[in-house]
Design a binder for this molecule. Structure first.
Ligand SMILES: Nc1nc2c(c(=O)[nH]1)N[C@H]1C(S)=C(S)[C@@H](COP(=O)(O)OP(=O)(O)OC[C@H]3O[C@@H](n4cnc5c(=O)[nH]c(N)nc54)[C@H](O)[C@@H]3O)O[C@H]1N2
Ligand SMILES: Nc1nc2c(c(=O)[nH]1)N[C@H]1C(S)=C(S)[C@@H](COP(=O)(O)OP(=O)(O)OC[C@H]3O[C@@H](n4cnc5c(=O)[nH]c(N)nc54)[C@H](O)[C@@H]3O)O[C@H]1N2
Ligand code: SF4
Ligand SMILES: [Mo]
Length: 736
C-alpha cells in the first residue's frame, strides 16, 4: 500500500487528502491526518460522496486515455486515435495559420471554474499574443467578488474565516454551503453550537435558512436594495464602528446620503422582505462581533450583482469587522513566485490588450485591472493574476466567432470547462463554437463540448499531477504529489494541462519561456524564492503552510486603494465612469421591469442551486451517483403546482422567451409561490454523442433558456443573469 498526500480538486473545498493506492488501484481517500486542520478535514472527507466514489471515477471505463482527431464531419461522432506528437504538431500548425491569416486575437480560450493551474494558460496566451481568454465562469463566479473587494478594500475577497468560538454572527447572502462547501458549512454549524447567530438571505428556504436566526426570503434579484437597507438601519441607529469609519473609511457621508434612499419600508415593497426583519437582521449583524459576511452565486449571477457585492463589502467595513479573526480576514499574498509572475503579462502588447473583446471600461478590462491592481500591489507587494480577473467577455466573443464582428475569432481551446452546458444561452455558444476553423477540447471524459471539437485530448487529473496553490478558505499554501502516473504501459497516454501548453509553446516559438520540463519543475521554480523545491516543501512542511496569521494588517500597511482607506465611495469605479456607490436596479426581466412579458411568463426562474453529489456538469457518468440523483429536478411550490395541474414528480417544460427544456418537478414548500428553481449542468452521457443528440444536451440543460444578451449584462462587469429571469412551466404531455 502506498499513501500519497495531495489536494483534492473535485470541488472548491480543496481538501488536503491522503490517497491510498494498492496494486495500481485507488483504494480510498482520507483527510490528511497531519494537517493543522486535520479533525475538520477528516469530517469533510468522510462525509463527501465524491471521495467515497473516488475509485469508481478514477477507474471509470469511459475516461479519455489518448488523443482523438475528428474523422467525419464536426459532431458526427467519428474519431481516429492519434499520438500526442501528431496532435501537438497539427494543432500548433493550424494555430500558426490562424494567427498569420487573422491575427493572434483570433484564438480564444474558454475558461470554466478553477480546476487546474491557470498561470500556464495565461502564459501561453500572452506569448501567443491573444487577449481573448474568455472569463467563462469567471465573469459570474468569484472573480467579480475578488475584483470589487480589491477596488474597495485593496485586498481580494478571500473567503471570510468562520472561526467557531470566535465568530459571533454570520450573514449568508445567496449561498448554500451545506450543498456547495462542506468545510465552510461544518464550521458554520460548529459556530452556531457555540452561540453564533446566523442570518440567511435567499429566495429558498435552504438548509442554511433552516438553521438561521433570521431568514430573509427575498424576491430574486433584489439583493442590492436589501443590503442598502441594512446599511441604512446601521447608520441611522448609529450601530456602525465610529472609530474605524472615521480613521479608515472613505466616503461615509456620501454613503449615508445614498443609504437614505433605502428605508426598510420602501425596501419591503421591492424585496418582499418584511421591514422589521430587515431591521432585526441589521441589528444582529452590527452588534454581534466578530461578524462575518459571505455572499456567493445568489448575487454574483445577477445583473445588479456588482452593486450587491459593493454593498455586501460595505457591511463588514462599517461595522469594524475587517481583518480580524472570526470576521472578514485578509489572507494577503504568498511569498512565492506568484501566479501573476508566471503569467508573463508583459508579453502582451498594449495594442493586443486593446483588442480584448469586452467594453474597455469594465472591471475586467485591462484598464481597470491595471488601475485596481497597482494599488493592491503597492500595499501587499502582490496582486491578483490577470487570468481570470481580467478577461474577454463570453457573450461578445461567441458572437464574434459567429459573425466575424468586430473581428474574426476562428479558433478556440477549451480546457477544464464544458461551455455547451455551463455558459448562458447554449444556442449561441453552440453556433459560435461550431463555426470555428479549429476547436480543441482537453478533458477527462467525452462531453457535449468535446463532441463538436476537432481534437479531443485526454487530461491527467489531480490524482495524476503535482499540486501547488493557495487554499481557498483557509490561509494555507498547499502542495501535493501525484498519486498515479498520467501515462502508463497500458493504454493510458494522458498528459497534464501544463504539458499541453508547453507542447504548443515549444512548437510556436516560445521555447525560451518553457524551460521546465514538467509541472513539478515549474512548481520548483515557483517555490524557489521560499527556498524549497516542491518535494522539499512537501517533506518539510507536510505540504501546507499557514500564511499571514496576524490581524489588522492595515494598521501598518493601510489599504491597497487610491486613498489608502476602505473606499465605501469608490474612486476607482468613479474613474471608470460608473456609479461610485451601490444602486439598485430591477433585473432586465421581472414582473416590475417587463410587466407585459410577465403576463405570458409569470414565474421567476432561478437556476443552478448546488446539489450533492454532482458538481456542475460532471459525474453524470458515475452510476452510483446517477442512482442517487438520476434526473434533473425543478423545485416548485405545491400550491403553485396545483394551480398549474402539475403533480410532484411530473416532467415539466420550463419555457422562457429563448426556448424550453424539461426537468422533473419536485414540490418544495420552502420556495415562494412566484419562483421556480431549475438545476444546471444536465446532459446524459448514456445518450449517443453524435449530432443531433450530443448526449441529450438540448433536453434538460437549463442554459438553453438563459439569457446572455450583451445589452442585458451588468454594465460594470458584463455579468449575465443566471438567476432572476422570467419563465412559465407546464406539464410535459404523455399519451398512453
Ligand atoms: N444556469 C447556470 N449556469 C451556470 C451556473 C449556474 O448557477 N446556473 N454556475 C456557473 C458557475 S459558478 C460555474 S463555476 C460554471 C462551471 O462551469 P464549468 O467549469 O464549465 O463546469 P464543469 O461541469 O465543472 O466543467 C468542467 C469540465 O472540465 C473537466 N475538468 C475538470 N478538471 C479538469 C482539469 O484539471 N483539466 C482538464 N483538462 N479538464 C478538467 C471536467 O471533466 C468537466 O468536463 O458554471 C456556470 N454555469
Ligand atoms: N455540490 C456542488 N458544490 C459546488 C458546486 C457544484 O456544482 N456542486 N459548484 C462550486 C462552484 S464553482 C460555486 S461558484 C459554488 C457556489 O456556491 P453557492 O453560491 O453557495 O451555491 P448555489 O447553490 O449556486 O447558490 C446559492 C443560493 O443562491 C440562491 N439564490 C438564487 N437567486 C438568488 C437571488 O436573487 N438572491 C439571493 N440572495 N440568493 C439567490 C439559491 O436559492 C441558492 O440557494 O459552489 C461550489 N460547490
Ligand atoms: S469535499 Fe470536495 S475537495 Fe473535499 S474530498 Fe470531497 S470532493 Fe474533494
Ligand atoms: Mo462557480
Amino acid at each position: 500500500m502506498d499513501v500519497k498526500k495531495t489536494v483534492c480538486m473535485w470541488c472548491h473545498n480543496h481538501c488536503k487528502v491522503e490517497v491510498h493506492v494498492r496494486d495500481g488501484r485507488l483504494e480510498k481517500i482520507e483527510g490528511d491526518k497531519t494537517h493543522l486542520a486535520a479533525p475538520l478535514l477528516a469530517r469533510v472527507v468522510k462525509s463527501c460522496p465524491r471521495a467515497g466514489a473516488a475509485a469508481e471515477w478514477f477507474h471509470h471505463p469511459e475516461r479519455l486515455n489518448y488523443p482523438l482527431k475528428r474523422a467525419g464531419e464536426k459532431g458526427e461522432g467519428k474519431w481516429d486515435r492519434i499520438s500526442w506528437e501528431q496532435a501537438l504538431d497539427e494543432i500548433s500548425e493550424r494555430l500558426r495559420k490562424v494567427r498569420d491569416e487573422y491575427g493572434a486575437e483570433a484564438l480564444a480560450f474558454t475558461r470554466g471554474t478553477y480546476r487546474n493551474p491557470r498561470e500556464f494558460t495565461a502564459r501561453f496566451f500572452n506569448l501567443f499574443g491573444s487577449p481573448n481568454v474568455i472569463g467563462g465562469a469567471g465573469n459570474v463566479c468569484w472573480a467579480p467578488a475578488n475584483v470589487i473587494a480589491c477596488a474597495l478594500m485593496g485586498s481580494p475577497a478571500n473567503q471570510p474565516l468562520i472561526v467557531p468560538g470566535k465568530t459571533r454572527s454570520i450573514l449568508f447572502i445567496g449561498t448554500n454551503p451545506a450543498q456547495s462547501k462542506t468545510k465552510f458549512w461544518l464550521n458554520t454549524l460548529d459556530s452556531i453550537r457555540q452561540g453564533a447567530k446566523l442570518i440567511v438571505v435567499d429566495p429558498r428556504r435552504t438548509q442554511a435558512a433552516e438553521r438561521a436566526d433570521k431568514f430573509l426570503q427575498l424576491r430574486p434579484g433584489t439583493d442590492t436594495a436589501l443590503l442598502m437597507s441594512m446599511i441604512e438601519v446601521i447608520i441611522r441607529e448609529e450601530l456602525y464602528d465610529k472609530e474605524f469609519v472615521s480613521r479608515w473609511c472613505h466616503g461615509f457621508d456620501e454613503l449615508r446620503k445614498r443609504a437614505k434612499e433605502y428605508p426598510p419600508d420602501r425596501v419591503e415593497r421591492i424585496t418582499l422582505v418584511p421591514a422589521e426583519d430587515i431591521v432585526e437582521a441589521s441589528r444582529i449583524f452590527a452588534t454581534q462581533k466578530p461578524a462575518t459576511c459571505y455572499s456567493h452565486m445568489g448575487i454574483e449571477q445577477l445583473t445588479n450583482g456588482i452593486q450587491a457585492l459593493h454593498a455586501r463589502f460595505i457591511l463588514p467595513a462599517i461595522t469594524g469587522n475587517l481583518d480580524i479573526t472570526g470576521g472578514q480576514f485578509f489572507h494577503g499574498f504568498l511569498p512565492l513566485m506568484s501566479e501573476v509572475d508566471m503569467e508573463m503579462q508583459e508579453a502582451l502588447s498594449s495594442e493586443q490588450r486593446g483588442k480584448m473583446l469586452r467594453s474597455p471600461e469594465q472591471i475586467f478590462s485591462w484598464k481597470a485591472y491595471e488601475l485596481i491592481q497597482e494599488n493592491v500591489k503597492r500595499v501587499w507587494s502582490g496582486s491578483l493574476p490577470a487570468n481570470p480577473h481580467c478577461h474577454a467577455h463570453g457573450p461578445i466573443t461567441y458572437r464574434a466567432m459567429l459573425t466575424g464582428k468586430p473581428y474574426p475569432v476562428r479558433a478556440a481551446i477549451t480546457m477544464a470547462a464544458n461551455p455547451l452546458i455551463t455558459q448562458a444561452n447554449t444556442k449561441m455558444v453552440y453556433r459560435g463554437l461550431k463555426s470555428l476553423d479549429l476547436y480543441v477540447v482537453m478533458d477527462f471524459f467525452m462531453t457535449p463540448s468535446a463532441q463538436i471539437a476537432d481534437y479531443v485530448l485526454p487530461a491527467a487529473s489531480w490524482l495524476e499531477r503535482s499540486h501547488l496553490g493557495p487554499e481557498f478558505e483557509v490561509p494555507y499554501l498547499e502542495a501535493g504529489e501525484a498519486a498515479f502516473s498520467a501515462a502508463d504501459e497500458g493504454d493510458n497516454d494522458r498528459r497534464t494541462d501544463y504539458d499541453f501548453w508547453r507542447g504548443l509553446g515549444l512548437r510556436l516559438g516560445q521555447e525560451e519561456y518553457w524551460p521546465w520540463k514538467d509541472i513539478e519543475a515549474a512548481y520548483d521554480h515557483r517555490l524557489a524564492p521560499m527556498g524549497y523545491t516542491l518535494k522539499q516543501f512537501i517533506t518539510e512542511t507536510g505540504g501546507s503552510l499557514r500564511i499571514n496569521p496576524e490581524e489588522k494588517k492595515y494598521e501598518q500597511r493601510g489599504f491597497g486603494t487610491p486613498t489608502g482607506k476602505v473606499e465605501l465611495y469608490s474612486t476607482i469605479l468613479e474613474k471608470l465612469g460608473f456609479d461610485p456607490l451601490p444602486n439598485y436596479e430591477e433585473p432586465p426581466e421581472s414582473p416590475v421591469s417587463t410587466p407585459e412579458l410577465a403576463k405570458e411568463y409569470p414565474l421567476i426562474l432561478i437556476t443552478g442551486g448546488r446539489f450533492l453529489p454532482m458538481y456542475h456538469s460532471e459525474w453524470r457518468q458515475v452510476d452510483s451517483f446517477r442512482r442517487l440523483h438520476p434526473d434533473p429536478v425543478m423545485q416548485i411550490h405545491p400550491q403553485k403546482a396545483a394551480e398549474l395541474g402539475i403533480e410532484d414528480g411530473d416532467w415539466v417544460w420550463i419555457e422562457t422567451v429563448r426556448g424550453r427544456v424539461r426537468q422533473k418537478s419536485q414540490y418544495f414548500a420552502g420556495i415562494s409561490p412566484g419562483v421556480v428553481h431549475a438545476e444546471h449542468g444536465w446532459w446524459f452521457p448514456e445518450l449517443p454523442g453524435e449530432e443531433p443528440w450530443l448526449h441529450g444536451m438540448w433536453e434538460s440543460n437549463i442554459n438553453v433558456v438563459t439569457d446572455d444578451a450583451p445589452e442585458h449584462c451588468n454594465k460594470m462587469s458584463g455579468g449575465w443573469p443566471l438567476r432572476a429571469e422570467l419563465c412559465k412551466v407546464y406539464r410535459v404531455k404523455t399519451y398512453v
